[in-house]
Write a protein that binds this ligand. Structure first.
Ligand code: SF4
Length: 237
């Protein structure tokens, strides 16, 4: 029996979610100069860290065509990536700003912009095939960062893991059976920062834990030596 090949990138006019396809078409008519299509991942094709958000923002990634580019959440995310050495250049909220990611790739659980930033559960499930395929294209992947509970649950489902075993907790770094780690953060949205659910210190703490983990693969995020001795337990070939 042959294993089916998963398509990592949807078609520009992907029809799998009728509600989102209709919303996309409405935006194409209203704003023909915008991207208005499934937003592809951005970053290092040999990434060790995959960051997963929820879905493109209407005037952010849906407008510019690059994840987290052009809205408030992107400002905080890219500023943090630059601070921790995961990005080179200057983020200028444009897909042609020359920013380059190092060791990191960014995508969303849902590739098309949803009305009110709220994809339906069926849409999240339908689009998961592209996240699953994206993960499979990253041979050096060692860690994932879920921005928000929906991204967290979608990552677990894409990896075939039961969400009950790994509850979403901001700041937690889960050790997954495959050797991957999954870090959780509240989404870096304007709403979360305005309400104080997430602040810059909290967000940077997550990246500090991930950086320690990526730079010292035989130790967990608390600095403890992992079982298995000095080998590279997080390598995933
Ligand atoms: S959200 Fe994903 S599956 Fe749904 S229409 Fe867009 S690209 Fe296709």
């Amino acid at each position: 029996m042959t294993t089916p090949v998963l398509e990592a990138q949807p078609l520009r006019n992907c029809p799998f979610c009728p509600r989102l396809a209709a919303y996309r078409e409405a935006q194409q008519n209203a704003h023909p100069e915008w991207f208005n299509a499934p937003v592809p991942p951005f970053g290092d094709e040999h990434a060790e860290l995959l960051i997963v958000g929820l879905a493109p923002g209407l005037k952010g990634a849906n407008r510019t065509g690059r994840p987290f580019t052009g809205d408030y959440a992107g400002g905080l995310l890219y500023q943090t990536l630059c601070k921790f050495g995961f990005a080179e250049g200057v983020y200028d909220a444009r897909p042609d700003d020359g920013l380059a990611l190092r060791r990191v790739r960014i995508t969303n659980a849902v590739r098309c912009v949803p009305p009110q930033n709220k994809p339906d559960p069926a849409e999240i499930t339908t689009c998961r095939r592209f996240l699953t395929a994206e993960i499979a294209t990253l041979p050096r992947l060692r860690a994932m960062l879920a921005l928000g509970a929906i991204a967290h649950q979608t990552v677990l489902a894409a990896l075939g893991l039961h969400r009950g075993l790994f509850p979403f907790v901001h700041g937690r770094v889960h050790e997954l059976p495959s050797g991957l780690v999954l870090a959780d953060s509240y989404h870096c949205s304007r709403l979360n920062t305005n309400t104080g659910k997430l602040n810059v210190t909290m967000f940077e703490s997550v990246f500090a834990a991930l950086t320690r983990r990526l730079d010292c693969p035989n130790h967990n995020s608390r600095g403890e030596l992992l079982r298995g001795g000095p080998g590279p337990p997080l390598a995933r070939e």
